[in-house]
Design a protein around this ligand. Structure first.
Ligand code: CA2
Length: 149
Protein backbone atom coordinates (compact mmCIF):
# COMPACT_ATOMS: atom_id res chain seq x y z
CA UNK A 1 0.00 0.00 0.00
CA UNK A 2 1.41 3.40 -0.99
CA UNK A 3 1.43 6.39 1.35
CA UNK A 4 -0.13 9.78 0.66
CA UNK A 5 1.83 12.53 2.39
CA UNK A 6 -0.38 15.44 3.42
CA UNK A 7 1.92 18.26 4.49
CA UNK A 8 0.59 21.45 6.05
CA UNK A 9 2.53 24.64 6.61
CA UNK A 10 2.45 27.63 8.94
CA UNK A 11 -0.59 28.63 10.96
CA UNK A 12 -2.74 25.77 9.68
CA UNK A 13 -2.71 24.46 13.27
CA UNK A 14 -5.06 27.43 13.92
CA UNK A 15 -7.77 26.10 11.60
CA UNK A 16 -11.22 26.25 13.16
CA UNK A 17 -10.19 28.81 15.77
CA UNK A 18 -10.44 32.03 13.71
CA UNK A 19 -11.46 33.32 10.25
CA UNK A 20 -14.23 30.71 9.73
CA UNK A 21 -15.59 32.83 6.86
CA UNK A 22 -12.33 32.12 4.96
CA UNK A 23 -11.26 28.67 6.16
CA UNK A 24 -14.46 27.15 7.62
CA UNK A 25 -14.93 25.90 11.16
CA UNK A 26 -13.23 22.50 10.98
CA UNK A 27 -10.01 21.98 12.90
CA UNK A 28 -6.79 20.47 11.57
CA UNK A 29 -7.72 17.34 13.54
CA UNK A 30 -10.97 17.20 11.53
CA UNK A 31 -8.93 17.58 8.31
CA UNK A 32 -6.74 14.65 9.34
CA UNK A 33 -9.84 12.49 10.00
CA UNK A 34 -11.27 13.42 6.60
CA UNK A 35 -7.94 12.57 4.93
CA UNK A 36 -7.76 9.22 6.76
CA UNK A 37 -11.25 8.32 5.53
CA UNK A 38 -10.42 9.37 1.95
CA UNK A 39 -7.17 7.37 2.00
CA UNK A 40 -9.02 4.29 3.28
CA UNK A 41 -11.51 4.61 0.39
CA UNK A 42 -8.67 4.84 -2.14
CA UNK A 43 -6.39 2.16 -0.73
CA UNK A 44 -3.70 4.55 0.48
CA UNK A 45 -1.92 4.90 3.82
CA UNK A 46 -1.78 8.42 5.25
CA UNK A 47 1.14 10.42 6.63
CA UNK A 48 -0.38 13.69 7.86
CA UNK A 49 1.84 16.46 9.26
CA UNK A 50 1.88 20.19 10.08
CA UNK A 51 4.78 22.50 10.83
CA UNK A 52 5.34 26.21 11.23
CA UNK A 53 8.94 25.87 9.99
CA UNK A 54 9.96 26.22 6.34
CA UNK A 55 13.05 23.99 6.62
CA UNK A 56 11.00 21.19 8.12
CA UNK A 57 8.70 21.27 5.10
CA UNK A 58 11.80 21.08 2.86
CA UNK A 59 13.05 18.01 4.77
CA UNK A 60 9.63 16.33 4.60
CA UNK A 61 9.39 16.91 0.82
CA UNK A 62 12.83 15.26 0.43
CA UNK A 63 11.62 12.32 2.54
CA UNK A 64 8.44 11.96 0.46
CA UNK A 65 10.45 12.13 -2.78
CA UNK A 66 12.72 9.29 -1.58
CA UNK A 67 9.69 7.21 -0.55
CA UNK A 68 8.12 7.85 -3.95
CA UNK A 69 11.30 6.79 -5.76
CA UNK A 70 11.25 3.55 -3.75
CA UNK A 71 7.62 2.95 -4.80
CA UNK A 72 6.39 3.47 -1.24
CA UNK A 73 4.63 6.83 -1.68
CA UNK A 74 1.90 8.05 -4.04
CA UNK A 75 2.99 11.66 -3.65
CA UNK A 76 2.35 14.78 -1.63
CA UNK A 77 -0.61 17.04 -1.05
CA UNK A 78 1.01 20.27 0.04
CA UNK A 79 -0.71 23.20 1.68
CA UNK A 80 2.36 25.33 2.27
CA UNK A 81 0.31 28.18 3.75
CA UNK A 82 1.95 31.58 3.34
CA UNK A 83 5.28 29.97 2.33
CA UNK A 84 3.49 29.33 -0.99
CA UNK A 85 3.94 33.01 -1.77
CA UNK A 86 7.51 33.45 -0.50
CA UNK A 87 9.53 30.25 -0.66
CA UNK A 88 12.03 29.53 -3.42
CA UNK A 89 13.38 26.84 -1.05
CA UNK A 90 10.12 24.89 -1.32
CA UNK A 91 10.12 25.27 -5.11
CA UNK A 92 13.67 23.89 -5.21
CA UNK A 93 12.81 21.08 -2.77
CA UNK A 94 9.92 19.83 -4.94
CA UNK A 95 12.08 19.90 -8.09
CA UNK A 96 15.11 18.41 -6.33
CA UNK A 97 13.14 15.62 -4.68
CA UNK A 98 11.26 14.78 -7.87
CA UNK A 99 8.13 14.42 -5.75
CA UNK A 100 4.66 14.43 -7.28
CA UNK A 101 3.05 17.37 -5.52
CA UNK A 102 -0.53 18.58 -5.59
CA UNK A 103 -0.55 22.16 -4.32
CA UNK A 104 -3.68 22.75 -2.28
CA UNK A 105 -5.32 25.79 -0.75
CA UNK A 106 -8.50 25.78 1.28
CA UNK A 107 -9.45 29.27 0.11
CA UNK A 108 -9.53 30.63 -3.43
CA UNK A 109 -6.26 32.53 -3.20
CA UNK A 110 -6.99 34.29 -6.52
CA UNK A 111 -10.09 35.93 -5.06
CA UNK A 112 -8.08 37.33 -2.15
CA UNK A 113 -5.25 39.87 -1.66
CA UNK A 114 -2.90 40.27 -4.65
CA UNK A 115 0.08 39.01 -2.58
CA UNK A 116 -1.65 35.60 -2.52
CA UNK A 117 -1.94 35.43 -6.33
CA UNK A 118 1.66 34.37 -6.91
CA UNK A 119 2.87 30.90 -5.97
CA UNK A 120 6.46 29.64 -6.00
CA UNK A 121 5.02 26.12 -5.64
CA UNK A 122 2.80 26.05 -8.75
CA UNK A 123 5.55 25.82 -11.41
CA UNK A 124 7.01 22.78 -9.60
CA UNK A 125 3.67 21.12 -8.81
CA UNK A 126 1.84 18.51 -10.85
CA UNK A 127 -1.52 20.14 -10.13
CA UNK A 128 -3.03 23.01 -8.19
CA UNK A 129 -6.29 23.13 -6.22
CA UNK A 130 -7.79 26.15 -4.49
CA UNK A 131 -11.13 27.22 -3.13
CA UNK A 132 -12.80 23.87 -2.45
CA UNK A 133 -12.64 24.42 1.29
CA UNK A 134 -11.59 21.59 3.60
CA UNK A 135 -13.30 18.99 1.33
CA UNK A 136 -10.56 19.85 -1.18
CA UNK A 137 -8.22 17.58 0.80
CA UNK A 138 -10.51 14.63 0.09
CA UNK A 139 -10.72 15.53 -3.61
CA UNK A 140 -6.92 15.83 -3.77
CA UNK A 141 -6.45 12.36 -2.23
CA UNK A 142 -8.77 10.89 -4.89
CA UNK A 143 -6.76 12.65 -7.60
CA UNK A 144 -3.45 11.47 -6.10
CA UNK A 145 -4.73 7.88 -6.00
CA UNK A 146 -5.65 8.12 -9.71
CA UNK A 147 -2.28 9.64 -10.63
CA UNK A 148 -0.36 6.96 -8.69
CA UNK A 149 -2.14 4.07 -10.47
O1 CA2 B 1 -6.16 28.87 1.63
C1 CA2 B 1 -5.20 28.26 2.11
O2 CA2 B 1 -5.22 27.05 2.37
C2 CA2 B 1 -3.90 29.03 2.41
O3 CA2 B 1 -2.80 28.20 2.04
C3 CA2 B 1 -3.91 29.29 3.90
C4 CA2 B 1 -2.76 30.16 4.39
C5 CA2 B 1 -2.64 31.42 3.53
O4 CA2 B 1 -1.48 32.15 3.91
C6 CA2 B 1 -2.56 31.10 2.05
O5 CA2 B 1 -2.50 32.31 1.32
C7 CA2 B 1 -3.79 30.32 1.62
C8 CA2 B 1 -2.97 30.59 5.84
C9 CA2 B 1 -3.24 29.48 6.80
C10 CA2 B 1 -3.59 30.05 8.13
O6 CA2 B 1 -4.83 29.54 8.53
C11 CA2 B 1 -5.47 30.14 9.57
C12 CA2 B 1 -6.62 29.53 9.99
C13 CA2 B 1 -7.35 30.07 11.02
C14 CA2 B 1 -6.92 31.23 11.65
C15 CA2 B 1 -5.76 31.83 11.24
C16 CA2 B 1 -5.02 31.29 10.19
Amino acid sequence: MKTAYVLNGPNLNLLGTREPQVYGSQTLGDVETLCREACARHGLALDFRQTNHEGELVTWIHEAGRAQAEGKAAGVILNAGAYTHTSIALHDAIKGAGALVIELHISNVHARESFRHHSYISPAAKAVMAGFGVPGYSLAIGALADMAR
